[in-house]
Design a protein around this ligand. Sequence first.
Ligand code: G4P
Length: 529
Amino acid sequence: MSKISEEINKRKTFAIISHPDAGKTTLTEKLLLFGGAIQIAGAVKNNKIKKTAASDFMEIEKQRGISVATSVMTFEYRDKLINILDTPGHKDFAEDTYRTLSAVDSVILVIDAANGVEAQTEKLMEVCRMRDTPVLIFVNKLDREGKDPFELMDELEEKLDIKVRPLTWPIGMGPRFKGVYNLEEKGINLFDANKQRIEKDVISIKDLNSSVLDERLGESAADQLREDVDLVEGVYDPFQIKEYENAQTAPVFFGSALNNFGVQELLDKFVNIAPRPLGRESDKGLVEPEHDKFSGFIFKIHANIDPNHRDRIAFLRVCSGKFERNKFFHHVRQGKKIKFSNPYSFMARSKEVVDEAYPGDVIGLYDTGNFKIGDTLTTQGEEFNYKGVPSFSPEIFKEVVNKDPMKSKQLDKGVQQLTEEGVAQLFTQQPGNKKIIGTVGELQFEVIQYRLKNEYGASAEFHHKNYHKAVWLTTENEEQLDHFTRVKARYVAKDKDDNWVFLAESQFLLNQAIQDYPDIDFHTTSEFK
Ligand code: G4P
């Protein structure tokens, strides 16, 4: 096997996603603990925003600074190299999470056993479905009273629109929680509330009828388990790895992240079945990771919000070939040569300069304004762009109004840079060069206002616009598009890549436009299959 195939086979790049509070941060920390990346639980900085206030957000960003150690976490487990891509916990920053999902090969979805599938869970799942990303589910907080596990399975199937297959099964829950039964290995892991221990104590049970089961669990819990296992094996088809890889079936694990319970089962199975770095679609077709020339794309830009150090780090996912430090690569959009003398990787909690990186790796590149989210880097002579960092329609729209005419240049620059970082989406309307910012939540406007003032010295106000949705337009019929953009001049704008967008005031008006302009395609995301 070639060196590069060996490196590719070693890697697992994924994200942990959940509705806020389901236990994503806790699980991430426990996985790092198993990986030996950290010694004591509690070391992963909680990047959650407890209160919905910009000041909290700023405080957290300041603490994180440019070190961004928590954005990507790399550790070795067994003979694998695990890259966990962190996603923001706050729902107002969901767009950032969606983009991060373009850079992973699989996800672990955390569900709170009491709350089941929540609003954000469904949205995240939709994004996973767009790319057929394999999903593994961890049902968390079994140490608390939650929903009946069978009902939970039905809810997952129904609301997430995916087949599920439990691979472990809980024995009781809440105060009666005794442990989990591993359906494949036929062993019981007995529950012992312990937040930091990582070794485990598994009783192997070859025969569920064995009296050992009654001794260890008590008669009624043992009987319940026998009944449950019978039912599980009767109801669910055997687990097929192909179905998981094709995103048709999600294997399900139960546990309690806080108590470090069920996490080892999850991790062991994960390193066995999670896909290695996969090929990625470009505008010139699929690029396999084994393609011998380096390529990758930028999926995230993180700025230092300290005005004295206004540097940015662009996060690049390596997709093919080998990335090398100090070698000239090709910036496709700008059509220019570019090299990096200090590319970073994120081993455990520190960042270090790397000389080379392989498909599946994420590296941080110092950026002085060369990159936009979605940019592709290739090797000289390779002209293609990766697909798959789509924008979704924002939910809140506001027009930027300059409050300080002396600082209009700074304002323009600030708005331009912040939107390039992906803090919000920018739509520009003609005539008048009106700037409309679209976001998922109100919090982003506070953040933008704060940063414009703090980093660019510009004052802006935002005036609410009554738009319902941003819809991207494509057509082969230029005449019809031309007509549309003239008639609807007040409701059309260009996005950051100069694509036409219709800012519809209501679903009704959108439907009407769809009817009136049959040759125009209306898309709810900026990239189309
Ligand atoms: P998130 O990143 O998905 O938003 O969730 P996070 O891990 O921060 O967990 C949310 C809350 O749920 C935390 O409590 C955490 O301690 C708790 N939690 C996580 N896993 C379990 C579990 O297995 N059992 C129980 N009972 N609780 C769990 P918090 O009080 O909001 O925060 P903290 O003050 O403990 O950090």
